[in-house]
Ligand binder design. Structure first.
Ligand code: ADP
Ligand code: ZN
Ligand code: ZN
Length: 744
């Protein structure tokens, strides 16, 4: 590599500003991305240090005028350098501008002063607060009464300090007095400040069971021997994975190193976090989406300074600037939320493995339903597989029943609830036990299926279901194949064929009608849009203020309700026919997870799966909780159709407000693509995206499929280089998505 693009200042907002220098002879082969170098700068003979962002053979300026790098600023790669190299890797692998990639990995300090939102919270139990309230009422301390009452009743949402000032007339004096009395506290950082007192930190954690101990020892021994292949722990929910993670982390901390724990945002519950605090005390910190950019920056600074040793959080916690990172744990590694939906659309698992490689850390993945991708890699020997097939103390697994909705129709039952589900619901309501009902909605448009025989209309080329659009047009979101909606089922001739749509609101209404008197809560986009709405519904349900919780798949992820003994998946077909190649995998994961939600307390639970496709392998294997059987079937499908992980699929998302220009551009792009495509690469599309218009922006997709990832990244690099010269294509936005996980 003859040239280096160098960034001089990473604290500025102008991260895109790079300067090109010549790589001198003596640094050839030595210089790496992320290294800090000394460079001559400007004409005044100044010397600055900068980071190597990229090494390239392309000269962007006049080669004769390029100055050479003077030398290395220091040996090896410093922390910032590592993160910069990671950004460069992300840009190369997933496609984005360098600026976008750098902003993803480096928390850029904002120069503007942020408004910090403060929260008022009770610092005592409800009972204590109520007692204090009675006392204050007796003394006619009306200002204080107003605040405590509001806190008890949550009449001011989440009790924002500013809102309390405005709506309840909270004054600084009242706030101070209440704090002195120990009744309230005021927090600037929201929910996850260390809730554990030092005395509560566990001095002696559990003794691990032999199966857990064996994993800990093997992973540690391999890491010590320099075998840094990722470990995948496949263990059912409640099999003791979290205890294994904590033991591994403890060992890493003992060596003076740090740990990152990734958890999907939705599973980042108080309970989970509390366990880590109990074990590691003040060394733990959390980041989550409710932190402001400034708060996040502060958390990262604490990590850099060594005040924090264990960072827990969703995807972005991966970029915690720990100087001696020893382990990265990724819990629920199959979750789609680990794939970023903004450029660079990186997968946290892949990025974690790359970061770990750079600093000699090891990666531990865990799941009850591993992604097909990770499991396949254990078969290839790229990851090491560990299994925990039993629940701790052999607690019972839930029973799963599959209900064939075609039969229900034959019996004349057209309700949302099958006879069996209805019977079980009545039983649970009578016993005062709780029920969860969910619709696994995924994808955007509905699909077309036959209620009589369960036949689903699919693309003849891609083997994914067609999506129904306006006017009865059915579209394949991969190749663009279109056809009109048939009047009769092509398989059985029944006229009961049509769009499959259902919403949580209809379910809640049907439940209210079928079970008068039952207390019903609904959790979906509508009811959680308000700030704190999500937490409030979960809390109400866990306090048994409702009998039935209706929702989308979000209710079966990550939350434990010991009172729930029945879970109903109302229409498994909804996610099964979402129209993308991961639909069966997602369905299997959801159904297994949902079943895991039934009966986590002492009473064994039951899960009911309602479906028109009871013979689909995804449903059959989920009902049997048989991951391996599912994996074999699913991999056979991926191999046959050349979908990841059997091959790589790169999506190009094309977006424009001008539909005409987009259509023309897509055609032009395809022609351009064909001009450069080697024969190993298959070009598919262009097609409308699953969500073909969003906020007035039209969206199309073009796919490239190839067994060699390198060819695709090469091709991407080529396109990125020619795009600026293509007038017709410069008018709209193009984003890359390597091995897409979530429907676009
Ligand atoms: P998972 O992460 O696989 O869902 P957990 O680690 O949460 O499993 O374990 C499930 C339950 O069993 C937890 O309540 C945990 O405290 C308990 N548990 C796990 N390992 C042990 C152990 N070695 N001794 C006692 N209890 C354990
Ligand atoms: Zn039919
Ligand atoms: Zn198709």
């Amino acid at each position: 590599m003859k040239f280096a693009n160098i960034i001089v200042d990473i604290s500025l907002e102008k991260l895109d500003r790079t300067f090109q220098y010549r790589v001198p002879e003596e640094l050839q082969g030595i210089l790496k991305e992320g290294m800090q170098v000394r460079i001559p700068f400007g004409n005044g003979g100044r010397t600055l240090t900068g980071y190597v962002l990229e090494l390239t053979d392309t000269c962007e300026w006049d080669e004769k005028k390029l100055k050479p790098i003077l030398g290395l600023a220091e040996k090896g790669i410093r922390l910032e350098g590592q993160l910069i190299a990671l950004a460069a890797w992300m840009r190369r692998t997933y496609g984005s501008t360098m600026n976008q990639a750098l902003k993803t990995v480096l928390p850029v300090k904002k120069s503007v002063q942020e408004k910090i939102s403060r929260k008022v919270r009770l610092a005592v139990t409800r009972e204590e607060a109520e007692a204090a309230l009675a006392e204050m009422e007796r003394k006619h301390q009306t200002a204080r009464v107003r605040i405590i009452k509001a806190l008890l009743e949550q009449t001011v949402q989440d009790m924002d300090y500013a809102a309390a000032q405005k709506e309840l007339g909270l004054t600084a004096a009242t706030a101070r007095k209440l704090m002195e009395l120990g009744l309230i506290r005021i927090e600037s950082d929201t929910i996850f400040r260390n809730p554990v007192r030092p005395s509560e930190v566990q001095a002696h954690p559990f003794t691990l069971y032999p199966a857990q101990q064996a994993i800990v020892e093997d992973v540690a021994a391999r890491a010590a021997a320099g075998d840094l292949r990722p470990s995948l722990i496949h263990g059912v929910t409640g099999s003791g994975k979290t205890e294994v993670y904590m033991e591994l982390i403890a060992a890493v901390l003992e060596q003076g190193k740090e740990a990152v724990v990734l958890i999907p945002e939705i599973a980042l519950t108080f309970q989970t976090v509390l366990r880590f605090y109990r074990r590691f005390g003040d060394q733990v910190s959390i980041i989550h989406s409710k932190l402001s950019a400034g708060e996040r920056y502060d958390q990262f600074e604490r990590a850099r300074r060594g005040e924090v040793k264990v960072m827990i959080g969703p995807r972005s916690a991966l970029f915690t600037p720990f100087p001696r990172l020893g382990v990265i744990v990724i819990d629920e590694e199959h979750e789609g939320s680990y794939k970023s939906e903004n450029a660079p659309r990186y997968h946290a698992r892949e990025a974690a493995i790359e970061r770990a490689r750079m600093c000699g850390a090891f990666v531990v993945l865990g799941s009850a339903t591993p992604s097909v991708d990770s499991y396949e890699r254990t078969k290839e020997g790229l990851y090491r597989l560990y299994e925990l097939p039993l629940r701790v103390e052999n607690r019972a697994m839930p029973e799963t029943e599959v209900v064939d909705l075609r039969e229900e129709l034959r019996m004349g039952n057209r309700s949302i609830f099958s006879a069996r589900l209805k019977e079980l619901m009545e039983d649970r309501l009578r016993k005062g036990e709780q029920i969860m009902l969910f619709l696994n909605r995924r994808g955007y448009a509905g699909f077309v299926s036959c209620r009589a025989c369960g036949h689903v209309i699919k693309c003849p080329h891609c083997d994914v279901s067609l999506s129904l659009h306006h006017g009865g047009r059915m579209v394949c979101h991969y190749c663009g194949y279109q056809t009109v909606q048939p009047k009769k089922c092509p398989s059985c001739g029944s006229a009961y064929i049509g769009a499959f749509r259902a919403g949580t609101q209809q379910v809640a209404e049907a439940a209210a009608k079928t079970f008068p008197g039952a207390r019903i809560l609904r959790m979906d986009f509508d009811t959680t849009r308000q700030k704190g709405g999500y937490e409030r519904i979960l809390e109400a349900f866990s306090k048994k203020q409702a009998d039935i919780l209706v929702g989308t798949q979000m209710i079966v992820k990550g939350h434990d309700f010991p009172g729930v003994t029945l879970v109903g998946a109302l229409a498994a077909d909804l996610s099964l026919y979402a129209g993308d190649y991961r639909a069966a995998e997602r369905t299997f994961q959801l159904l297994v997870q949902a079943a895991g939600r039934a009966g986590r307390g002492t009473t064994p639970g039951t899960a009911v799966i309602q479906t028109y496709s009871p013979d689909h392998y995804s449903i059959e294997t989920a009902a049997d909780q048989d991951y391996k059987a599912f994996f074999e079937k699913e991999m056979a499908f991926r191999r046959m159709m050349n979908y990841p992980p059997a091959a790589h699929l790169m999506a190009l998302y094309l977006m424009s407000e001008d539909e005409e220009a987009l259509n023309r551009g897509a055609v032009r792009l395809k022609a351009l693509a064909m001009s450069h495509t080697r024969q190993e690469i298959a070009l598919i599309g262009p097609s409308d995206a699953g969500l073909s218009k969003l906020k007035d922006v039209y969206r199309k997709v073009l796919y490239l499929k190839c067994t060699e990832m390198n060819y695709l990244t090469e091709w991407k690099g080529w396109l990125e280089a020619v795009l600026p010269k293509e007038k017709q294509l410069s008018t709209f936005n193009i984003q890359f998505d390597m091995d897409p996980v979530n429907p676009f």
